[in-house]
Each structure stands twice: as structure tokens, then as C-alpha cells.
Write a new protein. Sequence first.
Length: 76
Amino acid sequence: MQAKDAAPRNAEPHPTKVVPFGQYGTGLLTGHPIGLVIVIGIFIGGLVAIPAARLFFAASLVLGSILGVILWLLHR
């Protein structure tokens, strides 16, 4: 008979209980869609309010998109 403080022999969780981010995992969508609205708002605000940063924002959008597509294609 095992003591109450001893760990069970098989400490691994059941395969159907393993999900991303805990028992109540979110699956493929890990964020709320409002996050996209917030990011777009900050991006447009930066483009309008900071004229010196327009080139930086435009370049980061282009390079980030290219890198994102490359990583997506490699991960597929």
C-alpha cells in the first residue's frame, strides 16, 4: 500500500487530457480578435503622429510580412 505523500507510479497525464496551455487550452487561436484592432490602431497612430517614424514603420511592416511568410512556409 502506498503512503499518502508518495507520488503515483504513473505521473504522466492521460493523452486526452494534454492540451496546449493547461487543461482548458485555447487550441489554434491563442488571442482575442480585439488585439488586431489595437495593433492596427497603434500602427496608424504612429504613422500619423510621428512623421520621422513613417519610413521605419513601413520598412518593418514589409520586412515583418516577408519574414512571417517565410516562417509560415517553413512551418507548414
